[in-house]
Design a protein around this ligand. Sequence first.
Ligand SMILES: Nc1ncnc2c1ncn2[C@@H]1O[C@H](COP(=O)(O)OP(=O)(O)OP(=O)(O)O)[C@@H](O)[C@H]1O
Ligand SMILES: [Mg+2]
Length: 221
Amino acid sequence: MATTVLAASGLWKSYDGRSDVLRDVSLEADAEDALLIWGANGSGKTTLLSILGGLDVPTKGSVILGGREIARLKESALAKVRLHDVGFVFQTHNLIDDLTVEENVALPLRLARRPADARVTDLLQAFDLGRLATRHPNEISVGEGQRVAVARALANGPRVILADEPTAALDAEGTYSVLTAFELARTSFHAALIVASHDAAVPGFRADAYRLEDGTLSPTG
Ligand SMILES: Nc1ncnc2c1ncn2[C@@H]1O[C@H](COP(=O)(O)OP(=O)(O)OP(=O)(O)O)[C@@H](O)[C@H]1O
Ligand SMILES: [Mg+2]
């Protein structure tokens, strides 16, 4: 039986009491699921991902991540959730320029005070990053940087990877490289993958698609 790793229900969000960005949004993801959330500028994609990953809290509603309610946790507890239970991938890789590729991948492990060496070796190998290990982010391509970002997101073995327009800045080759990395994150590392995009489909990415519009989420296939 599939394991539900993330279940959000009845999410509402307004910023400073202004109009509702999310209106009764519910969503469920099992291990190894791939979900695409698409919608126009300002439709609330980043808001939703932030709430699902404990970067922000909803005005109302529930987010159960790995069996635990996170919607009403305090910031210090949310920081732990972000470190252990989710991995984030953004439009540009957000790697730390002063660290090498392998040090970037090791960072979440170091922050969690976990042994890093064996895990980092495994991740670099799985994502074909071995030959880039000692380079810095400014010495690799944008697509390679996104692959490092996916490896880093997986460092602490999260249940869910949340990716906010991860291919928007990439050409076809870079997009292929990131999608291959996502596929590996799902099938070899058993993470659920939730990707936000402007477009109704990301070429080469097979996923259950949902449209976010007027604050509500509905399946589109
Ligand atoms: N911190 C904030 N404070 C106030 N309003 C915000 C904040 N963050 C987002 N909003 C508003 O919430 C709405 C949804 O924004 P959000 O960034 O979630 O949309 P999006 O779908 O990710 O857009 P884009 O496609 O441009 O990335 C917008 O109207 C935005 O102006
Ligand atoms: Mg956004």
